[in-house]
Design a protein around this ligand. Structure first.
Ligand SMILES: Cc1cc2nc3c(=O)[nH]c(=O)nc-3n(C[C@H](O)[C@H](O)[C@H](O)COP(=O)(O)OP(=O)(O)OC[C@H]3O[C@@H](n4cnc5c(N)ncnc54)[C@H](O)[C@@H]3O)c2cc1C
Length: 441
C-alpha cells in the first residue's frame, strides 16, 4: 500500500479551505507612513493597528500574502513562553521573569478576545491542551509545576496520571500528562484570511511578491529597495520571523531558522477519532524535539506535526517520517494514508525567547521558537501601537538584549548536530522508562 492518498498534496491541509489569495497589484507607491515587512500574523496585526490609527500603511511580502508560517502551522494556541520562571529569574530577576510569563498569558487571553471582537470565523475554540510526559521524570516535573504554579498561566491546570490517560488520549506510550484548559485551537489559514480582510478594509496596501531587499536610513525615515522600485517611509516594522533574510542582517544574526513539518491523514472513522482524541484537546509532548497533534476542526483527520530533521525540504520525505512517529504513538492508525504533507520555517533564538523592540529606529517582533500564533499576533499588535506612539504599547520584552553568537550570520551550521543530540536524549529517556537500557550508556 502506498502511504500517500491518490490526491495527496504538498500544500497545507488548511489551504484546501483558505489558500493564500492572489492579491491584485495596485500602482506602486513610492511613499508610505509605515512599511511593514512580512504579511504573517506579526506583520498584519501591526499593519491593522497603524492603518486603523490613520497611518498610510504598506505591507511588503516576498511571496503570496500569508505564505509563511501563519497559514502552515498546527493551529494550537498557547502562551508561547518556553523558559520556566525559574530559568528566567536566573537570567533577568524575578520581577521580569513573572512579567514575561504574564505576557504569555496575556497574549493567549488577548487573541481569543480579538478574534471574538473582530468576528473572525476561524474555528477558534478553547479546547485545552493535553501536554504528555515522555518519561516518568517529566510527568513528576509537570505535576510539580502545576502544584506550585509559577505564574497565573496555569490556572485550572491538572495532572492526569498514566492510569487515567486513555480518558485524554488514545496512546499508551506516554507517562501521564497535564491539561492546560485555557489553551485553544483554531484554523490558522482562516484566521490569517480574516486578518487580511480587516487589514485591507482598514485601508492598508499589501504588495505580494515584492520583497524588501535593502533598508537605508535617510533624513526623516527610511528608503526601502524592492524589485518594483524604492519606497520612502517614516517607520519600518520587520515581521519576517523564520524567513528573515539579507535585507535585515542585524535580525538575521539573531534568529535560527528551523524547518517544522506537518501531515494530515485521510478522513478516518468517527469511532477512531473519538478513541484518539476523546476530549478533542490539542496535544503536545515534553520531548525537546517535540511532536504535536490534534483533530482537524471537523474531527475527521489527524493533523500531526514535529521536527523530523533540521534541513529536509521535501514533504514527500518528511511525511513518511512523521507517519512512522504517529504510528509509534497510535498503532491503531496503521494503514492510514497521508493526504497532505507540508513544512514551514520557524525562528528559534539563542535564549529561547521571542523578542520585540527597536533597532536603529526599525521596529521588529520575531523569534517565537515554534509557538507564535498568540504571541506573534499580540506582539504585532503591540508593535503597531508603539509606532503610533501609544502609551499601552509596552511589553515585558522591552529592553531585553536580543542575543546572537560570534560569527553567526544566519546560517545555522550547528543545527543537525543539535537536533541529533536532543533526539538521542529524548529517545534515551523514553527507552529507559519503557524498561529498555539506553542505547549508548
Ligand atoms: C509547521 C508549523 C507548525 C506550527 N505550529 C504552531 C502551532 O501549532 N502553534 C503556534 O503557536 N505556532 C505554531 N507555529 C509557529 C507559528 O506559525 C509562527 O510563530 C507564526 O506564524 C509567526 O508569524 P510571523 O508573522 O512572525 O511569521 P510568518 O507567518 O512566517 O511570516 C513572515 C513573512 O515574512 C515574509 N518575508 C521574509 N522576508 C521578507 C522580505 N525581505 N520582504 C518581504 N517579505 C518577507 C515571508 O515571506 C513570510 O510570509 C508553527 C509553524 C510551522 C511552520
Amino acid at each position: 500500500m502506498t502511504l500517500f492518498m491518490p490526491d495527496y498534496r504538498e500544500t497545507p491541509y488548511w489551504w484546501d479551505q483558505a489558500a493564500p489569495r492572489d492579491l491584485p497589484k495596485s500602482a506602486f507607491r513610492q511613499r508610505a507612513d509605515v512599511v511593514v515587512i512580512g504579511s504573517g500574523y506579526t506583520g498584519l496585526n501591526a499593519a491593522l493597528e497603524t492603518a486603523r490609527g490613520g497611518r498610510e500603511t504598506l505591507v511588503l511580502e516576498a511571496g503570496d500574502a500569508g505564505s509563511g508560517c501563519s497559514t502552515r502551522n498546527g493551529g494550537q494556541v498557547s502562551t508561547s513562553i518556553k523558559p520556566t520562571v525559574t530559568e528566567l529569574t536566573r537570567r533577568h530577576g524575578q520581577e521580569r521573569a513573572r512579567a514575561i510569563h504574564d505576557e504569555g498569558a496575556a497574549s493567549l487571553a488577548w487573541i481569543g478576545a480579538f478574534i471574538g471582537d473582530e468576528g473572525i470565523a476561524c474555528d477558534f475554540r478553547v479546547a485545552g491542551r493535553y501536554h504528555a510526559a515522555h518519561s516518568p521524570q517529566h510527568y513528576e516535573a509537570l505535576a510539580r509545576s502545576i502544584a506550585t504554579p509559577e505564574s497565573g498561566e496555569d490556572d485550572g491546570a491538572h495532572a492526569v496520571p498514566r492510569t487515567e490517560q486513555l480518558s485524554e488520549l488514545g496512546s499508551d506510550l506516554y507517562h501521564g500528562g497535564v491539561v492546560y484548559p485555557r489553551h485553544a485551537a483554531l484554523h490558522p489559514a482562516k484566521y490569517h484570511r480574516g486578518l487580511l480582510d480587516r487589514v485591507l478594509a482598514a485601508g492598508a496596501d499589501i504588495r505580494a511578491h515584492c520583497p524588501a531587499l535593502k533598508i537605508d536610513r535617510q533624513r526623516g525615515g527610511y528608503r526601502i529597495s524592492t524589485p518594483d522600485g524604492t519606497i520612502e517611509a517614516r517607520d519600518v516594522i520587520v515581521g519576517t520571523n523564520g524567513y528573515t533574510g539579507r535585507a535585515t542582517p542585524w535580525h538575521r544574526r539573531r534568529v535560527i531558522p528551523i524547518g517544522s513539518y506537518m501531515i494530515a491523514t485521510e478522513p478516518l472513522p468517527p469511532a477512531l477519532m473519538d478513541e484518539i482524541f476523546p476530549t478533542d484537546r490539542v496535544v503536545s509532548d515534553t520531548r525537546k524535539v517535540v511532536y504535536y497533534y490534534r483533530a482537524s476542526p471537523d474531527r475527521t483527520r489527524v493533523i500531526f506535526g514535529g521536527r523530523v530533521s533540521s534541513g529536509e525540504t521535501d514533504p514527500r520525505l518528511s511525511g513518511p517520517k512523521l507517519h512512522t512517529e504517529m504510528l509509534r504513538l497510535f498503532p491503531q492508525l496503521s494503514g492510514t494514508r497521508i493526504s497532505h504533507s507540508w513544512l514551514g520555517t520557524v525562528a528559534y533564538t539563542f535564549d529561547d525567547l521571542m523578542h520585540t523592540g527597536v533597532e536603529d529606529g526599525i521596529h521588529y517582533a520575531m523569534g517565537y521558537c515554534g509557538s507564535g500564533i498568540a504571541m506573534a499576533s499580540y506582539l504585532g499588535m503591540r508593535t503597531g501601537r508603539r509606532v503610533l506612539g501609544l502609551t499601552d504599547s509596552g511589553t515585558a520584552f522591552d529592553g531585553l538584549s536580543f542575543p546572537t553568537r560570534p560569527f553567526y550570520t544566519g546560517n545555522p551550521w550547528f543545527l543537525p548536530a543539535a537536533v541529533a543530540w536532543y533526539r538521542w536524549r529524548d529517545n534515551r529517556a523514553m527507552r529507559r522508562k519503557a524498561g529498555c537500557p539506553p542505547a549508548h550508556s
